[in-house]
Design a protein around this ligand. Structure first.
Ligand SMILES: C[S@@+](CC[C@H](N)C(=O)[O-])C[C@H]1O[C@@H](n2cnc3c(N)ncnc32)[C@H](O)[C@@H]1O
Length: 277
């Protein structure tokens, strides 16, 4: 039995042990698209599809926990996190300037049942290391999105906070990676990963964001990207090419972008049909 498309999100309702496979993985995506057009922000359809696919992957693998967004604006990306959060978990939202009642409206649309605890952190994210969250949520976050101040200094500081907060199997997402407007964001992310390789590994980039996981868990995400992400994006209306264009020892990161040359997966220029990771 598939849940109707308007069913509230969160874990599937109590069903027999073998029935989890009947849960419709597109439930949150459909529900989000019912109201996304009314939410102001920069979070575009391919990134929405990508987040949704990764969040469903986490759910299917039993990866649970609170989530945090730095830089909320009017709640467009936070609303998708709210849809995916398990009941009775926490969604932390950090912004130094909350932008009016629209955030509450976005979250109300996503979570009318109010079984999710929203924790507002009003303030500069570079102070997160002295906030209670640093102790209370140590290594617990399933998902963290950095989309606040786009200086290298702030991105580096936010990544340090992510190292304190992210769970061993969580995902860290950083906005405006490879954006021509914010080259310092790209520099900060690559510099951090290069100088602190024990903290995070960059497994995917594209549609304006970087996706990182803990080095000990990153193989799970790489496997998912190589084997299932293309189909998951297509199911959400995004025809993408996943590119893995060099040897893993050189850089073990997929790129994702609009479909090129009819290829769903593309290897190096000298071996286009071979994917190594
Ligand atoms: C690009 S908007 C976020 C967009 C939102 N994530 C979305 O996709 O809908 C950036 C937000 O970061 C906030 N911000 C900027 N610098 C910050 C800082 N140092 N600490 C916390 N929030 C900050 C701004 O107030 C703004 O709301």
């Amino acid at each position: 039995m598939n849940l109707p498309s308007t069913a509230p999100c969160g874990p599937a309702p109590a069903l027999p042990a073998n029935a989890e496979s009947a849960w419709d993985p597109l439930t949150c995506f459909r529900k989000y698209n019912e109201f996304a057009a009314s939410l102001e922000g920069w979070f575009g359809p391919p990134a929405i599809a990508l987040w949704d696919a990764l969040l469903v992957f986490q759910r299917e693998r039993g990866i649970r926990g609170p989530m945090l967004e730095i830089g909320v604006w009017r709640g467009r990306s936070a609303a998708l996190l709210a849809l995916h959060a398990e009941p009775n978990s926490k969604l932390f939202l950090c912004d130094y300037k909350f932008h009016g009642p629209s955030i509450h409206r976005a979250l109300e649309l996503a979570r009318p049942d109010k079984d999710l605890e929203l924790v507002r952190i009003d303030g500069d994210s570079t102070n997160l290391h002295v906030h209670d969250i640093a102790r209370e949520q140590f290594r617990k976050l399933r998902w963290m999105h950095i989309d606040g101040e786009h200086s290298a200094r702030a991105v580096t500081s936010d990544m340090r906070a992510a190292n304190t907060l992210l769970a061993p199997d969580g995902v860290l997402v950083i906005d405006d990676f490879f954006s021509w407007q914010y080259p310092q964001v790209t520099e900060a992310v690559l510099r951090y990963v290069r100088t602190q390789p024990e903290d995070f590994a960059l497994f995917l980039c594209g549609y304006n964001k970087a996706y990182l996981a803990r080095p000990h868990a990153v193989h799970r995400y790489l496997e998912y990207v190589a084997s299932d992400l293309g189909d998951a994006l297509a199911a959400r209306g995004v025809d993408a090419t996943l590119a893995k264009t060099t040897y893993p020892a050189e850089m073990n990161t997929f790129g994702v972008g609009p479909r090129r040359d009819g290829l769903a997966l593309r290897g190096p220029d000298w071996e286009e049909r071979t994917i190594r990771y």
